[in-house]
Design a protein around this ligand. Structure first.
Ligand SMILES: *Cc1c(COP(=O)(O)O)cnc(C)c1O
Length: 393
């Protein structure tokens, strides 16, 4: 089956009693067993019967199986948020005395997780320039437990060479973990590029119109104990498994993911091309533009689409605030890849709690507006941006 077909037709593991066409939502905490031996088999991992919904639930398993058949992964675990997927994965590979090699350009909470929370437990952050594989290799030593990076950094839009990072990780026998939230897995195969553990915030493109919070850990099977540890230790002890209702909504979202994404990424490209010409726009950052410094690399890794996040730089912070305040159609909100177009000023919001020098080291600029392009007609989005750039007469 091709990916789009698998997204729609992956079958349930067991036939529903009523021949339901969609996977029923098993809103249930526990499961009953016919006898003691079957019960013991379920609890000890000798069968795949669910026993308790903190660690397994039929509706969540179905969602996981759909993602597995689409990505060709060996195992997929669905968690309660993108951050749960990231934190559980990093906790599964790290321990006091180990270090994580990562980038200084990270999603805000991932940055605080690595440089704050995990550091408090004795895991050392080693943040480097991931566009320089030699620097990454130098940062690695015997205590490095993984390389963690984002395929396109947000909002800087920096693209790392995944094949080169994978070669470094392989030489040192450590897992390459990639947060691939910015390009859906229907469009490219992280596993084929050499990613060992793929992590997705399914809150974004996948959920289908910002319906719910979720995260996925997609394990390509190169580190055989990894997903076992996520299931048998992390889900049990940390309790951040996805809930059945979210799995239901995200299963429906998955079915239309690629169709929505194709329109949103087309809209983003069309707008990025036109925005350059507007008065007040100093620069447009979108890897789909031919003159972007990451364009060729992005194309070779992700194919012909470049995502639905575009950033523009205006004259200064005041111009950014005025722009945000004048928007009529575009919504002032965080989040990415809602059906609606969203705008945010990252420096004063997502990165607001950081100090000036932290923001500077992360290349977060006061002049940047981040746009997440939605499913509206692109002419209407463009008109709103144009009027928002124009001061009232
Ligand atoms: C949103 C996001 C996350 C966090 O996901 P949540 O579902 O909000 O916890 C992690 N990484 C990236 C790149 C994101 O955009």
């Amino acid at each position: 089956m091709k990916k789009q077909t698998a997204a729609i037709h992956t079958a349930f593991r067991t036939k529903d009693a009523y021949n339901s066409l969609s996977m029923p939502v098993y809103h249930t905490a526990a499961y009953e067993f016919d006898d003691a031996a079957t019960m013991s088999d379920a609890f000890c991992g000798r069968s795949d019967m669910p026993d308790y919904s903190r660690v397994m639930n039929p509706t969540v398993t179905f969602f996981e199986n759909k993602v597995r058949s689409l990505t060709g992964a060996s195992d997929v675990v669905a968690l309660s948020s993108g951050m749960a997927a990231i934190s559980n994965s990093l906790l599964a590979v790290s321990s006091a005395g180990k270090n994580i090699v990562s980038s200084k350009h990270l999603f805000g909470n991932t940055y605080s997780l690595i440089t704050g929370t995990l550091k408090r437990f004795g895991v050392e952050p080693r943040l480097c320039d991931l566009t320089d594989p030699a620097q990454v290799e130098q940062a690695i030593d015997d205590n490095t437990c993984c390389i963690f990076f984002e395929i396109i950094t947000n909002p800087q839009m920096e693209v790392a060479d995944i094949r080169a990072l994978s070669a470094v990780a392989r030489r040192h026998g450590i897992p390459l973990m990639a947060d691939t939230t910015l390009i859906p897995f229907t469009q490219f195969s992280a596993g084929e590029l050499g990613v060992d553990i793929e992590i997705v915030s399914s809150t974004k493109y996948l959920s289908g119109g910002a319906t719910s919070i979720g995260g996925l850990v997609i394990d390509y099977g190169n580190f055989p104990e990894f997903s076992k540890r996520i299931r048998n230790e992390m889900l049990f002890n940390l309790g951040a498994y996805m809930t059945p209702h979210v799995a239901y909504m995200q299963t429906i979202g998955l079915e239309t993911l690629d169709a929505r994404y194709r329109i949103q990424s087309e809209n983003a490209l069309a707008l990025a091309r036109k925005l350059k010409s507007l008065d007040g726009v100093m620069s447009v950052n979108y890897i789909g533009l031919e003159d972007n410094r990451f364009h060729a690399l992005a194309r070779s890794q992700f194919g012909h689409t470049a995502g639905a996040m575009v950033t523009i730089d205006l004259a200064d912070k005041e111009a950014c605030f005025d722009f945000i305040n004048r928007l009529r159609l575009i919504r002032r909100a965080t989040n990415l890849f809602d059906n609606k177009t969203l705008a945010i000023h990252p420096a004063s919001t997502i990165f607001g709690p950081f100090t000036d020098s932290q923001r500077e080291s992360m290349d977060i600029k006061d002049t940047t507006i981040r746009l997440s392009i939605g499913l509206e007609d692109p002419d209407d989005i463009f008109d709103d941006i144009r009027q928002a750039l124009t001061p009232e007469q």
